[in-house]
Design a protein around this ligand. Structure first.
Ligand SMILES: Cc1cc2nc3c(=O)[nH]c(=O)nc-3n(C[C@H](O)[C@H](O)[C@H](O)COP(=O)(O)OP(=O)(O)OC[C@H]3O[C@@H](n4cnc5c(N)ncnc54)[C@H](O)[C@@H]3O)c2cc1C
Length: 511
């Protein structure tokens, strides 16, 4: 099968083939590809295409299909723990360039859909897996970018979908016919929505029988009739004080489905309410794993910029103990949560669909760590760099010759480092950590992929408490045997294992 590997330019041009209904900052967007307010977001996605053409990155950016064809790894399933590791490295690489490459959400949605559609077919004799596989081929053939729309508008968070005062606060099926389904409702906070080719829509939570109409998953082109996107600008477009986020950023949007038709060959779940939560959780597992790589990429940028700023200030970490300690903290945090991503990959397992999924306890705990520790990363970068991160003079003032000369004279760093270089670095750090965009990175780290409580709940739900409890009961039984108070097998959970435990405990005692 011939597969397309688009370049960044091809991707931007491909957006012209769509005509979505989008508004941003109060105006209707005529051409997404030419909209300056989306440029940083489009640039970021273009990087995901460009990196796939660079020889030195192809081992992690490309995946090989069964017939030997290469596709962008973002559009492929993971078939081994090695694939999971490469996906983690890929998200780190992409986000080290772009802050957030956005496109990895679709990789995570595809992985979840493969597993859950195959599970449903096995359990209920449905035919969703073949629909999914056709869709996967379509995505791979055209090298598409899809946004993943999971988070519903939700309304009153204490109520289930069917209990909401307005039934449209969660996306749901309002009509079914021979050709397909019609859906209504809204998804909120959707990354990259204005400049993707299609949406993959998944349920956001577990459902009950009464929520049957809300148990729905499908794919739909961005310009399907009835689909409206109310978007925010991506990054800080055209802001002269934003060296990073005027180039790379991320738009998010409220996506409204106003009676949108979805043909059956794009429907992955429709009414099987028992599987809605499984699909949401499967996506969350893949996605939290990706978030670990993504935020490690952000950590990498902040470590590099902080090290340079310390040098510009004349206080390199090689010479100054407290700067060394702070740099050590930045590394501990970044590599610490990244290591959970590596563990989640290594302990990943195969699903009924044949694809691999990360270990969910490790991926949830890693995402929880980064969600909370991103604030520490920012604080430490600020401590290392100094107040200039917030106070660097504006480019307009620097441009006035008299003021520019004074700034050059008084804001220099160590001998040989100009004020311009120091200000540039300070602005870069401000942009990533202390600006509107810096706040965005905190909140995407905290809430993107689910709020911290969702991670705690998933980790607790998937943790093997039983084997830990059993182990303690064995230990207590063994101690009893050593003390001569053992009541035999009555206190043992598993006779054979207890026997072994007791023998080894006695051997240790004898030794
Ligand atoms: C920058 C950014 C990008 C994002 N991109 C995407 C995307 O591309 N696709 C997508 O689908 N989603 C996306 N999200 C959404 C993200 O997954 C959600 O923000 C997250 O799941 C939290 O949901 P919420 O924002 O509705 O917050 P809420 O659910 O309102 O959470 C607020 C607080 O209420 C608590 N809470 C919520 N419900 C309950 C309850 N029933 N009982 C007790 N406590 C509760 C939460 O734990 C949290 O502490 C993005 C979010 C951000 C910030």
């Amino acid at each position: 099968m011939s597969m397309k590997l688009m370049t960044g330019k091809d991707y931007v041009l491909s957006l012209k083939e769509y005509n979505p209904d989008i508004q941003v900052k109060g105006k209707k967007v005529k051409s997404v590809a030419d909209e300056p307010l989306f440029k940083p977001g489009i640039n970021a996605i273009a990087v995901t295409y460009e990196l796939a053409h660079q020889k030195k990155h192809q081992d992690i950016m490309l995946a090989t299909l069964e017939d030997g064809t290469k596709v962008n790894r973002l559009n492929a399933l993971d078939f081994s723990t090695d694939d999971l590791l490469k996906k983690l490295e890929m998200t780190r690489l992409i986000c080290k360039w772009t802050g957030c490459g956005q496109r990895y959400l679709m990789h995570d949605a595809l992985g979840a859909l493969a597993e859950i559609t195959a599970t449903m077919d096995a359990d209920k004799n449905t035919d969703y897996f073949s629909v999914f596989k056709d869709y996967l081929l379509h995505v791979q053939k055209h090298d598409l970018t899809c946004a993943t729309a999971v988070t519903d508008a939700k309304g009153d968070r204490s109520k289930r979908p069917h209990e909401q005062a307005d039934p449209n606060l969660y996306v749901h099926v309002v009509e079914k016919n021979q050709k397909g389904i019609i859906v209504r409702g809204a998804k909120a906070n959707i990354t990259g929505a204005p400049y993707v080719h299609e949406f993959i829509v998944l349920p956001t939570r577990a459902m009950q029988k009464e929520d049957v109409d809300y148990a729905v998953s499908f794919a739909v082109p961005v310009d399907a009739p009835g689909l409206k996107i109310i978007a925010k600008p991506a990054g800080r477009p055209e802001d002269t004080e934003a060296p990073f986020s005027s180039n790379f950023g991320q738009s998010t949007a409220l996506v409204i489905f106003n009676d949108v038709f979805i043909p059956w060959d794009r429907v992955f779940l429709c009414g099987e309410w028992e599987y809605a939560g499984k699909l949401a959780e499967a996506f969350a597992n893949h996605h939290r794993h990706s978030c670990i790589g993504a935020r490690a990429g952000l950590g990498d940028m902040i470590i590099g910029a902080s090290a340079l700023m310390a040098e510009y200030n004349g206080l390199p970490h090689t010479d100054v103990p407290h700067i060394r300690r702070s740099m050590g903290e930045l590394i501990r945090i970044t590599e610490g949560f990244y290591a959970t991503g590596v563990a989640a990959s290594v302990y990943g397992h195969k699903t009924v669909a044949g694809n691999f999924v990360p270990d969910s306890v490790q991926s949830n705990i890693g995402k929880l760590m980064l969600a909370e520790q991103v604030y520490d990363i920012f604080r430490i970068a600020h401590e290392i760099s100094g107040g200039i991160v917030a106070t660097a003079p504006t480019p307009e003032d620097i441009a006035i010759p008299e003021a520019g000369e004074l700034i050059d004279r008084y804001l220099v760093g160590k001998h040989g480092v100009t004020a311009e270089e120091r200000i540039k670095m300070a602005r870069f750090i401000e942009d990533l950590t202390a600006s509107k965009e810096g706040g965005f990175y905190s909140i995407i780290s905290l809430h993107g992929g689910g709020s911290p409580e969702a991670m705690r709940m998933s980790a607790v739900r998937n943790y093997d408490f039983e084997s830990q409890k059993e182990h303690i009961l064995h230990k207590l039984a063994c101690f009893a045997k050593l003390e001569g108070t053992c009541k035999g097998c009555e206190t043992c959970v598993n006779d054979e294992l207890c026997e072994q435990e007791c023998e080894s405990a006695i051997a240790i005692e004898d030794h």
